[in-house]
Design a protein around this ligand. Structure first.
Ligand SMILES: Cc1c2[nH]c(c1CCC(=O)O)Cc1[nH]c(c(CCC(=O)O)c1C)Cc1[nH]c(c(CCC(=O)O)c1C)Cc1[nH]c(c(C)c1CCC(=O)O)C2
Length: 341
């Protein structure tokens, strides 16, 4: 591997500078992505290894990030478990037959991932070949709670009230579903690593909607199982947006890295997480809309706050579609050029 900064940072090894990548870095802010988006459907892009490979490499070639992240989506897992998932323009994901009853749950299986998600593993093999050791490849999956949100709510939401009501009214069904998602995710991430992913990330985008107590019961206990199952195969990063109240508990899972959003100061995040885990984050994605000199100034402040080692520079959530490409590049370049002494 020519650039293994990300893996070194995740292992806690000393680095010359912090590695940098951006969540959702393969996406609509890139004209090269839009060109492919206009020609192929979303899941067609996910399911065609050549397209997934091309899109995965775009930010590596165009922006110069220190890691590639597989182009796919967290919702390919509900699909593989038996649900229909559509992606509707200007609306986002729609699952026309959401889970609400015990009967609905009968349709949801723990699939053979090698059969249902083989296209993901084919894409990973192709990407590894094309990367040819330039940078590491990150695989990923959605956390069980975040996937339940979509599987029960049936679409995006600010509150995911239907999903929460399902958990509070039918705890036995909810835990049955969460365990099925967990079992699928363990097999899925193991197969991604087998295919060549150098690290993996769990996205719990909606972890912050739960109280600390519910977060443990509905989300963290399942993420803990996933971390335990894969952590000796590859470094795993847990990103639970809005759930910084539980950073200490997340660090105790044995994850190599924790994603941090922009609502917590670096020093407090470090003191809660302890010294044995790598922190990743936490630039406000909307701040990439600020003028470039402001981005540069604020990135430097972020780097000072986290320090060089056991740190991966990133955004605190996914990049927004309206970010100018040169602003994304300014973010990455500022990290790469920062003088650590
Ligand atoms: C919640 C979630 C989803 N998907 C994902 C999450 C967790 C991370 C987060 O919270 O942002 C994760 C995801 N989705 C996508 C990636 C690819 C890799 C990357 O560049 O990070 C990753 C890691 C591609 C995508 N997934 C999607 C797009 C945009 C759709 C398109 O281009 O047609 C991309 C590039 C569609 C998607 N997929 C999802 C939503 C809500 C949407 C629509 C809203 C949006 O567009 O951002 C579900």
């Amino acid at each position: 591997m020519k650039n293994d900064l990300l893996i070194k940072a995740l292992k806690g090894e000393t680095v010359d500078r912090a590695p940098v990548w951006m969540m959702r870095q393969a996406g609509r802010y890139l004209p090269e992505y839009i060109a492919l988006r206009n020609r192929y459907g979303f899941f067609e892009r996910c399911q065609t290894p050549e397209l997934a490979c091309e899109i995965t490499l775009q930010p590596v070639d165009i922006i110069g990030v220190d890691a590639a992240i597989l182009f796919s989506d967290i919702l390919v897992v509900p699909q593989a478990m038996g649900m229909e998932v559509q992606l509707i323009e200007h609306k986002g994901p729609v699952l026309p037959e959401p889970i609400r009853t015990e009967q609905d749950l009968e349709r949801i299986v723990v699939p053979d991932v090698h059969d249902r998600l083989h296209y993901v593993f084919d894409a990973i093999k192709l990407i590894k070949q094309e990367l040819n050791g330039r940078v590491p490849l990150i695989g990923f999956a959605g956390a069980p709670w975040t996937l339940l949100c979509y599987m029960v709510q049936g679409q995006g939401s600010k509150t995911f009230d239907e999903a929460k009501a399902f958990c509070y009214k039918n705890p036995v069904l909810a835990h049955t579903l969460l365990q099925r998602i967990t079992d699928t995710t363990i097999a899925y991430l193991k197969a991604q690593i087998e295919a060549g992913a150098d690290a993996v990330q769990l996205f719990d985008s909606w972890g912050g909607l739960l109280s600390p107590h519910d977060f443990e019961d509905i989300s963290l206990q399942y993420m803990r199982q996933i971390v335990a199952a894969v952590k000796d195969l590859a470094p795993i990063v847990v990103f639970a947006k809005g759930a910084w109240h539980s950073l200490a508990e997340m660090a105790a899972t044995g994850a190599a890295g924790l994603g941090i959003d922009w609502c917590i100061k670096p020093g407090l995040a470090r003191s809660m997480a302890g010294s044995k885990v790598t922190l990743q984050g936490n630039f406000d994605p909307a701040k990439l809309l600020a003028p470039i000199p402001v981005i540069q100034q604020e990135v430097k402040q972020m780097l000072q706050g986290f320090g060089k080692d056991r740190y991966i520079a990133n955004l605190g959530h996914g990049i927004l579609p309206n970010v100018p490409v040169d602003h994304a590049r300014a973010f990455v370049d500022t990290v790469k050029e920062y003088a650590w002494h």
